[in-house]
Every structure is written in C-alpha cells, then in structure tokens.
Ligand binder design. Structure first.
Ligand SMILES: [Fe+2]
Length: 191
C-alpha cells in the first residue's frame, strides 16, 4: 500500500491540504520510526508504523479548517474518527484505528462525556504499541501552512500544551517519553 496514493485519492495532489498533510505526516512518520528503533526489543511493526503515520491525519479533509486548506463541514476534533471511516472503507481497518486514537494523547469516554464532545462515545485512546508510538510522535509537530521549517517541539513545550487538558494527559505523555526515549530524557520536564 502506498500511503501517498491513498492521500492523493482523497485530497487533490498539489492542493494546500495535500501539501500540509504530506509534510506533517512525513515528519511524524520519521519521528515514529526513530522512536520505534529505540524500542526495537518490543518488535514494533515498522512497515505498519510508516504507513499508518503517513495516513493518521487523513480525516482533516472532512473538517472545516481553512488554515489547513480543509473545506469540509465537521469540527476539527472529528478528524480522528472520520479518518478511521475513510481508511476502513478502503479496507485499512488497522490503520483506521490509528486515526481514531491519535488525537491529543487519546480521548477517553469520560473526556467525551464531560467535554460534551461531538464525536462518537467510545474509548479513543491508543492501545497497541504502534498506536502509542504514532500518537506520541505526532505531538512533536504542529500542522500549519505558514511557518517553515516546521521545528520539532521539545518535550517541555508539549507538556505545557497538554497541561490545560488535565494532569492525566501530561502523565500519559511523560510515561511514553520515558518508555520511548529513556528515563534520563524526562528529568527537565518534571521540574
Ligand atoms: Fe498529526
């Protein structure tokens, strides 16, 4: 499966959305593969990580996000589960789970209920190693059509960005950071 062809089938090549999607997804895929190599003893599925990382944000095309060139009707938060639907329809159910489970550090049923989020009520937290690696890697790169080059965020910046969403979100990120990049990498984020 060629993820670039899959993206092009859903989003015209050369459009702003296509360029932003491919640029962001390529950075996330590189980061996810580097993380996967750090935990090679856990035998992550490298081919799957590359493909799913390239496709994890495909659902943005269904959202109303003009700054990303996306002219759909749905709120941005819907891009996870709509991405899953797109990939399921293409026979890529396993890749689709990555779409649904990568938003933030994963969305719990309690998050959906208490935040009255307009997404289906089901557990959308990453379960498998591959899902967790891609969700983690995604946090290092924002998407935007303007600022170049897109710089990798520091763990400290990511923690700051997650903190309004609750300590449980920060804790989940820190535990992945420790697992994926080694215990010494986290010292400065705990200060
Ligand atoms: Fe992303």
């Amino acid at each position: 499966m060629d993820p670039l062809k899959m993206i092009a089938a859903n989003c015209p090549q050369g459009s702003a959305a296509y360029e932003i999607l491919v640029e962001h997804s390529s950075l996330v895929a590189q980061k996810a593969l580097a993380v996967a190599r750090n935990v090679s003893h856990l035998k992550p599925d490298m081919d799957f990580i590359y493909e799913a990382a390239m496709l994890h944000d495909i659902g943005i095309i269904m959202t109303h996000t003009p700054e990303l060139g996306c002219t759909g009707a749905l709120p941005y938060i819907c891009h996870g589960y709509t991405g899953r639907a797109i990939l399921e329809n293409a026979g890529l159910a396993r890749h689709g789970q990555v779409c649904e489970r990568h938003v933030g550090v994963g969305i719990t049923m309690e998050d959906i209920r208490s935040g009255k989020l307009t997404i289906p009520l089901r557990d959308m937290t990453p379960q498998t190693l591959e899902e967790q690696i891609i969700c983690y890697a995604d946090k290092f790169y924002s998407k935007n059509g303007h600022r170049h080059p897109i710089l990798e965020k520091s763990a400290e910046e990511i923690v700051l960005g997650l903190s309004p969403y609750g300590q449980d979100k920060v804790d989940r990120f820190i535990s992945w950071h420790r697992q994926f990049e080694g215990p010494e990498s986290i010292e400065s984020t705990q200060g």
